[in-house]
Write a new protein. Structure first.
Length: 613
């Protein structure tokens, strides 16, 4: 029994120790199907090759992922930009495939900020907000010299000026303006190219330029480029115009006229109508050269009123006839009718050198009764005259000369410094040379073989010469030569050690801002003396019409001046309509009829003045 029990218990062990062949099942039906781990059916067909893929950190070789519902490519590499990224704009993938240039962040189209980019040659670019473009290298197509000119400091205000037909507002300081011939400035503009080398005749061209200026309402402003202009007949200035001609010479280039006298420049064009004269004419800086030719006047004025002539020169006017029928550097006359005169003009800085005769003043007698009268001359220098220095011929009345120098360079012959002589030898005061006044007259006579007369007074009334000085130069000298009936000769000559003009020369008057110049105006300035000079001034806030500048003489005059003449120097000053006010022996004021602009600088307004004691 015990053996049987042991056998039964050992039978399974014996059976398990036996080796059986592997079973082959054609089919197997599971009572309960197996469950796939982590979900799924476990019934899908396998794809690819290689090892079974588990979920954590598998390594896949060239898998086709299809369209994952999500994927994180933080560590991804090799994504092709041309096909691997969707949603790019047209051409973006191609652009991103090119090599990058520069450094920094990518640039998008709208409002990028670029740091020192090299743009190459863009097909189009708008530089509305651009800055710093160098004028010398950054702009192509500029004319020769334009870039260099634009690189200079600008002067004035307003737009740039081009060569053809510019419009300039307010002459101001035009000394630096350079143009190819005369240029006209006014409400309309015309440019005329005239030869300024002296090679060809420029007379017609100059007259055309003057005529164009005269055609402008209220007179144009004619600027003539410096140089020498050959002329063969008269350059005529017939009506209101301003000619700016510093550095300009009109040189006679023709044979001598057959008779006396043809003016190189004639100013004024009187008509036969009643009360005809030319007003508001201004000529500055012009020189004429007679080129040693006979039968010429350098400048002739005919029936001109209330005009200004400054820094003129007339040289080398030859001659043979002495007196009224001969040539002069300067010739003032009045041929208008009904007592219309060459009068109330200001002449400053007239120069002459090497002329036959220096200056003549005359008018018309008889029914016409026209005079050269009430003209003011300041700083007149007539050097090396041959026959006469200054000749008052007839119909001259109340002309005033301040600081006058007249000389002769003759070694033999006769010379007269200043002659006061009615050419008609009239004994009627209305037809004669009357009330001529000199303050500071210096006369220098000729060489050892000459005979000089300082003053020749013949048929003249009320001649006054204060501050007379003379120098014989070695020849025979007479201070006075008196002629005509005693009843028509009256004069007074004071022989001073220094001309009276020096009493007025220094110090200059003092100037202060007037009550109408506004609040806190700039301090005005003055350059000149009691008799003549220039005043510049500006304005503060809220100026009004009225007194703009107070002028106080350094030394009180014996009496209030007879007259004070103002000549504005720019358009702004013209617009104020300045008149002298509160005239007394101690000074005067500049009174503006029209209110000036507010807060103008100290040089905004400038005016010349001439005082007649």
């Amino acid at each position: 029994m015990k053996r049987l029990l042991l056998l039964v218990l050992a039978a399974p062990a014996i059976a398990s120790a036996q080796i059986f062949p592997s079973p082959t099942f054609n089919s197997l039906t599971l009572q309960n199907p197996l469950t796939a781990a982590n979900g799924g059916t476990g019934a899908t067909t396998s794809t690819g090759s290689g090892s079974v893929v588990l979920s954590n950190s598998p390594t896949l070789a060239t898998p086709a992922l299809g369209t994952p519902s999500s994927v994180t490519l933080t560590n991804g590499t090799g994504l092709p930009i041309s096909t691997g990224v969707s949603g790019l704009g047209s051409g973006v993938a191609t652009g991103l495939a090119n090599a990058a240039t520069g450094s920094g962040s990518p640039v998008l189209a709208t409002s990028p900020t670029l740091t020192t980019p090299n743009l190459g040659t863009p097909s189009a670019v708008t530089l509305t907000n651009g800055t710093g473009l160098p004028i010398s290298t950054g702009i192509s197509g500029l004319g020769s010299g334009v870039a260099a000119g634009l690189g200079n400091i600008a002067t004035g205000t307003g737009g740039p000026v081009l060569a053809t037909s510019p419009t300039l507002a307010g002459a101001g300081d035009t000394a630096g303006l350079s143009v190819a011939g005369p240029i006209l400035v006014g409400s309309s503009t015309v440019q005329t190219a005239c030869d300024n080398t002296g090679a060809t005749d420029a007379t017609s061209c100059l007259n055309a330029a003057v005529s164009s200026a005269e055609a402008i309402s209220n007179g144009g402003f004619l600027i003539i480029q410096p140089g020498t202009y050959k002329v063969s007949s008269t350059v005529a200035i017939n009506s209101a115009v301003t000619v700016y001609a510093y550095g300009v010479t009109f040189k006679w280039g023709a044979s001598a006229p057959g008779s006396c006298c043809t003016p190189i420049v004639k100013i004024g064009n009187p008509s036969t109508s009643t009360y005809s004269a030319t007003f508001n004419m201004n000529v500055l800086g012009l020189t004429v050269d007679g080129n040693g030719t006979n039968n010429l006047y350098g400048f002739e004025w005919d029936t001109v009123r209330q005009s200004r002539f400054q820094d003129l020169a007339a040289n080398n006017i030859a001659g043979t006839v002495v007196g009224a029928s001969g040539p002069f550097a300067y010739y003032l006359t009045s041929t208008g009718t009904h007592q219309f005169n060459t009068s109330v003009n200001t002449f400053s800085g007239l120069q002459a050198n090497g002329d036959w005769q220096g200056m003549a003043l005359t008018g018309m007698t008889g029914a016409t009764q026209s005079f050269s009268t009430v003209n003011t001359f300041v700083n007149t220098n007539l050097f090396n005259t041959t026959a006469f220095g200054i000749d008052f011929i007839q119909q001259c009345d109340s002309n005033y000369f301040y600081s006058t120098n007249v000389s002769t360079g003759i070694s033999t012959g006769t010379w007269v410094g200043v002659r006061f002589n009615d050419g008609a030898n009239s004994t009627t005061q209305d037809n004669d040379v009357n009330e001529e006044y000199f303050s500071g007259l210096t006369l220098s006579g000729g060489g050892s073989g000459s005979v000089s007369y300082g003053l020749d007074i013949n048929y003249a009334f009320d001649i006054l010469v204060d501050g007379y000085r003379q120098s014989s130069g070695g020849g025979t000298w007479s201070q006075l030569a008196i002629g005509g009936p005693a009843s028509v000769v009256s004069y007074k000559v004071t022989n001073l050690t220094a001309p009276l003009i020096t009493q007025y020369a220094a110090p200059a008057p003092t100037v202060t801002a007037g009550s109408a110049a506004g609040s806190s105006p700039p301090t005005p300035t003055i350059n000149g003396n009691t008799l003549a000079g220039t005043i510049t001034f500006g304005t503060g806030t809220s100026p009004t019409n009225g007194t703009q500048v107070n002028v106080t003489f350094p030394t009180q005059l014996p009496a209030a001046p007879k007259s004070i003449v103002f000549t504005p120097n720019n358009g702004s000053t013209y617009g104020l309509n300045l008149v002298p006010g509160s005239i007394s022996s101690t000074g005067f004021v500049l009174y503006a009829i029209n209110a000036p602009a507010a807060s103008q600088g100290s040089t905004a307004y400038t005016i010349n003045y001439v005082v007649t004691p």
